[in-house]
Design a protein around this ligand. Structure first.
Ligand code: ADP
Ligand code: AMP
Length: 217
């Protein structure tokens, strides 16, 4: 299956992507994770992306699209994938469509995670991520047993630089201006599925999986 997850920052895309991708046995491809990996290692790609990420702006399309094209060309993505954080504007969506049609395939479904702004701010301000395995936690809503330590791999947890209040607000504006038009774009193509992304993580996963199964059958 070829799936895109869409929703504001903090909607729970990364959290749900971990479970959905594993249920469907497809790779989770998160552009934010790939950028952060490159920023941490100081690669050429990371140096290009860093300033935009620190401000909460989108990294320029040509940089992002080239990176996604390379990733989608890898062997593990040939039978399907779950994209988290891409596309993030209409030009990226149009390019993805062209890229997939060159490869004689297409997106099957776009899953929109619906949550309101207040919940997003609560989620982002308590988000913690594992340095070692990338697992996402929350200090109140999904806390690890030991503070700042990942239950899964004992890695150290960190708070993302762009999860500061000012940057969060800016990222929400960027979502409204640039990313939210994708909802209408994919609704027009009749591949949009919206689900309520509030409530416990497992309930949201159940909702996502039953929506996806109905779509496949
Ligand atoms: P996104 O990838 O959309 O930016 P994340 O998956 O990183 O969002 O989730 C943001 C924060 O919200 C994380 O700290 C995560 O643990 C928490 N979170 C995710 N889903 C839920 C949920 N259903 N209820 C409460 N908190 C959640
Ligand atoms: P995320 O982890 O999805 O919240 O993304 C973190 C940051 O990475 C964003 O605020 C952007 O700066 C950058 N980024 C991730 N995905 C994209 C994309 N598709 N296009 C442009 N920038 C992106």
């Amino acid at each position: 299956m070829r799936i895109v997850l869409v929703g504001p920052p903090g909607a729970g895309k990364g959290t749900q992507a971990q479970f959905i991708a594993s249920h469907l046995a497809i790779p989770k491809i998160s552009t934010g994770d790939i950028f952060r990996y490159n920023v941490t290692r100081g690669t050429a790609l990371g140096r290009k992306a860093k300033a935009y990420m620190d401000r909460g702006d989108l990294v320029p399309d040509e940089v992002t699209i080239a990176m996604v094209r390379d990733r989608l060309n890898e062997d593990d993505a040939q039978q399907g994938f779950l994209l988290d954080g891409f596309p993030r504007n209409v030009p990226q969506a149009e390019t993805l469509e062209k890229m997939l049609s060159e490869w004689e395939t297409r997106l099957e479904v776009v899953l929109e995670l619906v949550v309101d702004d207040d919940e997003v701010v609560r989620r982002l301000s308590g988000r913690r991520t594992c340095h070692r395995c990338g697992r996402i936690w929350h200090v109140l809503f999904d806390p690890p047993a030991r503070k700042d330590t990942c239950d899964d791999c004992a890695g150290e947890l960190f708070q993302r630089d762009d999860d500061r209040e000012e940057t969060i607000r800016h990222r929400l504006e960027v979502y409204q201006d640039q990313t939210s038009p994708l909802v209408a774009y994919y609704a027009d193509q009749r591949i949009l599925l919206g689900i309520d992304a509030t409530g416990p993580v497992e309930e949201v996963t159940d909702r996502a999986m039953s929506a996806l199964r109905r779509f496949i059958d």
